[in-house]
Design a binder for this molecule. Structure first.
Ligand code: PGA
Length: 247
């Protein structure tokens, strides 16, 4: 069976000093980890975090990547640049990018393809808003978002990670119940199965107020292969408890 994957999403938080303190605390607790662990850090700290996690059980992740390859795109960071700093994972299509930066399914998929071409695993985020859930449109929305990736990425779809993050659960303290989350994960798994014989290899992460108290129950669900953790990944003690629940 594949190991679970617990990825921290630091969002726009951190400083050289606080990153170092957090990573030292995580590394001090890393002796018996049963799962894969990654931290998705703000781009300016890639070099620092690359140095601090070298040779450890923590892998480096980024939070976004340009849909373009190189050139006159001021402010953008390319997939090759991320790779240059040893980046293993890159979030694409996080709901905060979709919501505040107008990223469409097409842009998200273009970013995923850039990551794959550079040898970086894209973590393709999908999830419905509260209004969509209340309108009974959860399945339709997440299937549309994943279908865009399947359609464009084709047979390499088993190389991605999927993160199901209900928008209403992100940073709100509201979590999908384990059953609610599993229901959506099963839909996503079935969609992957229809696209590739390697669907069971794909990690489908749950994200949205995952914390030390609810992680074990969520991670016990059949199709929940790990977590994408925001707020709780900024406190070593909480992130370590989530990691300990993943086996
Ligand atoms: P949260 O964020 O754990 O703080 O809800 C998760 C995410 O947005 O990736």
């Amino acid at each position: 069976m594949k190991k679970k994957l617990i990825a921290g999403n630091w969002k726009m938080n951190g400083s050289s000093a606080s990153n170092e303190a957090l990573l030292q605390a995580l590394l001090a607790g890393s002796a018996n980890w049963q799962c894969q662990v990654a931290v998705c850090v703000p781009a300016p700290y890639l070099a620092q975090v690359q140095r601090l996690v070298a040779g450890s059980g923590i892998e480096l992740g980024a939070q976004d990547v340009s849909q373009h390859g190189a050139g006159a795109f001021t402010g953008e960071v390319s997939a090759d640049m991320l790779k240059d700093f040893g980046t293993r994972y890159c979030l694409v299509g996080h709901s905060e990018r979709r919501q505040y930066h107008g990223e469409t399914d097409a842009v998200v998929v273009a970013k995923a393809q850039r990551a794959l071409a550079a040898g970086i695993t894209p973590v393709v985020c999908v999830g419905e808003t509260l209004a969509e859930r209340e309108a009974g449109r959860t399945e339709e929305v997440v299937k549309r978002q994943l279908a865009a990736a399947i359609h464009t990425i084709g047979h390499c779809i088993s190389e991605i990670v999927v993160a199901y993050e209900p928008v209403w659960a992100i940073g709100t303290g509201k979590t999908a119940s384990p059953e609610e989350a599993q229901q959506v994960h099963a839909v996503l798994r079935a969609q992957l199965r229809a696209a590739t014989e390697h669907a069971d290899r794909v990690h489908i992460l749950y994200g949205g107020s995952m914390n030390a108290a609810n992680a074990a129950q969520l991670l016990a669900q059949a199709d929940i292969d790990g977590g994408l953790v925001g707020g709780a990944s900024l406190k070593a003690i909480d992130f370590l408890s989530i990691i300990a629940a993943a086996h």
